[in-house]
Design a protein around this ligand. Sequence first.
Ligand code: T3D
Length: 263
Amino acid sequence: MDETILVERRQGYRMVTLNRPARLNSFNEDMHLALRAALAEIEADKACRALLLTGAGRGFCAGQDLSDRVMGEGAEPPDLGWTIETYYSPLVRQLRTLPLPVVCAVNGVAAGAGANLALACDIVLAARSASFLEAFARIGLVPDAGGTYFLPRLVGEARARAMAMLAEPVPAATAESWGLIWKCVDDDELMGEAHALCARFAEAPTQGLALTKRALDASSTHGLDEQLDLERDLQREAGRTPDYAEGVRAFTEKRKPSFRGRG
Ligand code: T3D
């Protein structure tokens, strides 16, 4: 059987490629389970200091594989709440809580849960030919995989509502100008830029970045006082890491720091 995801080890980071190109890398159960296992391995491997997520072929990910959802006349509908609870929501939580930076290279169309999977990553680069499509309204569903959380926070209410309710593709360049993603790059530069970012993260103070992820994730539901308290607590933790000591030493010695990362 073809592998539904490909995992490649690089110096200090891993690249995970969604690999069902004939179906635009849409999710079936095998792909969910394979991705979950790969992310768990990455979390457990202290030598891994960044993740690069991308798709094989011309698409990034078209969300749920709809050929698994075709219902015969009069058939009992599937319990989509169960599939969200079992697969999509845990995937988003897993990505958001990975204690290392997650770079997403959106190589082509990102639709449905595939679009929201990209938005759950820390830094999103997209090829100029790629687009983001909240496809759910086309089939009578609600944006899932964190879509209704991420969209208004990233692009504001007006654009979030139009994306969710009109289900029109948003080209990568527009996505960048709206602040939906970090950067739109020429197609032939996408993977080079994504690898360069991961190589940079592979030498970064990973624990400090993991704490930064936690602070940013909490900020959208906190008031200023709670957030200031959280910053105090996380800074206390960051200040105890060997990478902080190394960063200060390197600064005063006017040399490049050599960070240990997660170890
Ligand atoms: O179900 C649950 O558990 C709940 C969770 C839901 C999460 C969701 O993600 S729901 C939303 C599901 N996704 C969609 O509705 C998107 C469906 N796809 C599209 O609308 C279009 O394919 C795209 C706009 C993404 C791209 O269009 P285009 O014209 O570039 O490509 P295409 O020709 O439509 O697709 C190429 C092939 O991929 C095609 O197969 P074929 O005809 O060459 O054999 C197409 O059927 C297949 N494909 C694309 N998306 C899916 C898919 N096959 C199964 N499921 C898909 N989602």
